[in-house]
Design a protein. Structure first.
Length: 576
């Protein structure tokens, strides 16, 4: 299949493919147009014919011609392959198992394990009764390919060996583990034993991993056991049910996010097929960006307990910062989506219907606690206003400030002052202690954006034969400003976005005649941000010394504070 992909790419350019869906115009060596994956008035979708990729600076959508067709038409990879093969005049020839590449061998191993678990479920009466008791129909069990792993140490390994699956492939997909005990008679053992098995699918619908729920609690084993990260499975990228939900999400223009497999499956069984699940893993920006490409609107429906509330708050804040419209389903105490559907599907649909904007949701929860007025004011400042600040529209911010003032009996002017103070802290990249004593509110930093731009320029120059400025020179200057340790940490953290950073740098600088000057300006800005951070640190230390009545330390810190201030003033004069 990989040879067919290459033949298609040889005969079709990505510009040809995208232009059949979106009107494009030339932009240097690239093309640009309005992104079809989010609403926009000015073009932010860029297509690079040389790299064969597209990237949207508005919503983060990216990929090659196959990804574009998959996302635009809501197709699985194989369907997109057939679509593009027909356009390119390429004949698709089915592969033989022996001709699969290494990755295909891993897909084969997981698929054979899925089939095995499905068969074992039909033999286990207790597992079938458990699923029926949770409200799942036979059709749903078959549709989601739910299975069962026997309470045996080697049943899966033996079965897969009989299907010509190598031990190395079983290890690479997290299906077996090595037995290091010197007394062991066999080198390996099955990872999943005595568990109801939920296959996890990638965006094309192929099984890539598993989540296993223990059937009989032995008080020792974890309730849920998930596959480890593998070549096929990255938990920060895969959303459970996304392959089946993406078409409906685009059609209905909103997604529903739940926590677990049962919540997801029962929601789909109730007809809400725009539901996806985080499957017990922390929701990442990658997850949200993937959903945002289909629709900017999202409804969170996590459990109504304290852990679910905390997860909702963290995830909703992340969604707001990338510009999504966020609502929260109002669930009865003690219930989750799966239990609501089991009782009556209409209960679940009602919980979604009466869902609240996340800001209203958090405000109402705080007001329900009947707090002292002073404590209430502090709670709103620390728990609600940061979310208001994340809302991009000033009109919407004004709406929420007015709502908070009316519901909490607070003055709008005071709330605006608190919001402006938070915005100022956010702009300087500082951290603010939570007034309620709940730790630290970490706010976004301009410094991070500059760092990413510089790293992108380094990576872009390293890939060019004729470098405008040697990447080694940029690296050296960067390390001098931020320190070698921070440089290494930053490159590690942005490594997964390498292609995106290179693409951004290419778009910013490829046709620029002032690359040297623009890089120098970035370095000046970077130094400014570092000095601002030092200034905030010195101010905090000085405040502590004054409170502790440590005169000598206060005098020393004041001198250092003035020195940093002078450096900052001198640096500002260097701006080009």
């Amino acid at each position: 299949m990989s040879s067919s992909v290459e033949k298609i790419k040889e005969r079709l350019s990505i510009a040809d493919v995208v232009s059949s869906y979106v009107k494009l115009e030339k932009s240097g060596a690239s093309y640009k147009g309005r992104c079809p994956f989010h609403n926009e008035k000015t073009p932010s979708l860029f297509i690079s014919p040389d790299r064969g990729t597209y990237y949207c600076f508005g919503c983060g959508a990216k990929g090659d011609m196959f990804t574009f067709v998959e996302e635009f038409e809501g197709l699985e990879f194989k369907q997109a392959l057939v679509n593009l093969a027909a356009r390119a005049g390429v004949e698709l020839v089915p592969e033989k198992i022996g001709e699969r590449d290494e990755k295909e061998k891993l897909f084969h191993a997981v698929e054979q394990a899925t089939v095995f678990f499905e068969g074992e479920l039909q033999k286990n009466k207790a597992a079938l009764e458990y699923l029926a008791g949770r409200g799942l129909t036979k059709e749903t069990i078959a549709e989601w390919r739910i299975g069962f792993a026997p309470l045996d140490w080697h049943s899966l390994q033996n079965h897969l060996a009989g299907k010509k699956v190598m031990d190395a492939d079983m290890l690479a997909t997290g299906l077996i583990k090595r037995n290091d005990s010197p007394e062991a008679k066999q080198k390996f053992y099955d990872v999943f034993r005595g568990r109801i098995m939920f296959p996890i699918f990638d965006h094309t619908g192929r099984s890539v991993a598993f989540s296993g729920r223990i059937l009989v609690d032995d008080k020792k084993s974890p309730k849920y056991l998930n596959s480890p990260a593998t070549v096929l499975f990255n938990k920060s990228e895969v959303l459970y049910g996304f392959d089946r939900a993406k078409t409906t999400i685009r059609k209905l223009n909103y997604s529903i996010l739940v926590e677990g497999q049962m919540d997801l499956i029962m929601s789909h069984q109730a007809g809400l097929t725009n539901t996806v699940a985080s499957s017990g893993t922390a929701l990442s920006e990658t997850h949200l960006r993937r959903l945002q490409r289909l629709s900017p609107r999202i409804m969170f429906a996590f459990d109504s307990d304290s852990a679910g509330f905390a997860a909702t708050k963290r995830s909703a804040e992340l969604a707001l910062t990338i510009g999504m419209e966020v609502k929260v389903a109002v669930l009865p105490p003690g219930d989750d989506p799966a239990s609501l559907v089991a009782k009556n599907p209409n209960h679940w649909k009602h919980a979604l219907k009466v869902g609240k904007h996340v800001i209203d949701f958090h405000l109402d929860n705080i007001l329900a606690r009947k707090l002292d007025p002073r404590v209430l004011s502090r709670e709103i400042k620390s728990e609600v206003l940061p979310s208001v600040l994340d809302v991009e529209s000033k009109t919407e911010q004004a709406h929420f400030i007015k709502t908070i003032a009316e519901k909490a009996d607070l003055k709008e002017e005071a709330l605006w002052d608190d919001l402006k103070a938070l915005a100022k802290i956010k702009k300087t990249g500082a951290t603010a202690a939570s007034p309620s004593g709940g730790g630290v509110i970490m706010l976004a930093s301009r410094k991070q954006a500059i760092e990413r731009r510089i790293v992108g320029a380094i990576l872009w120059q390293e890939g060019k034969k004729d470098q405008v400025v040697t990447s080694a020179a940029i690296r050296k200057r960067f390390a001098e400003i931020v320190g070698e340790e921070e440089e290494r940490v930053l490159e590690r953290d942005v490594g997964i976005e390498k292609e995106k950073l290179i693409f951004e740098a290419e778009q910013y600088y490829e046709h620029s005649s002032r690359f040297n000057e623009e890089i120098e300006e970035l370095f000046i800005n970077m130094e400014e941000e570092v000095l601002k951070g030092e200034l905030i640190k010195k101010m905090s230390e000085l405040h502590k010394a004054e409170l502790g009545k440590d005169g000598e330390m206060a005098k020393k810190l004041l001198t250092e504070y003035v020195e940093v201030t002078n450096k900052l003033s001198a640096l500002k004069k260097k701006h080009i």
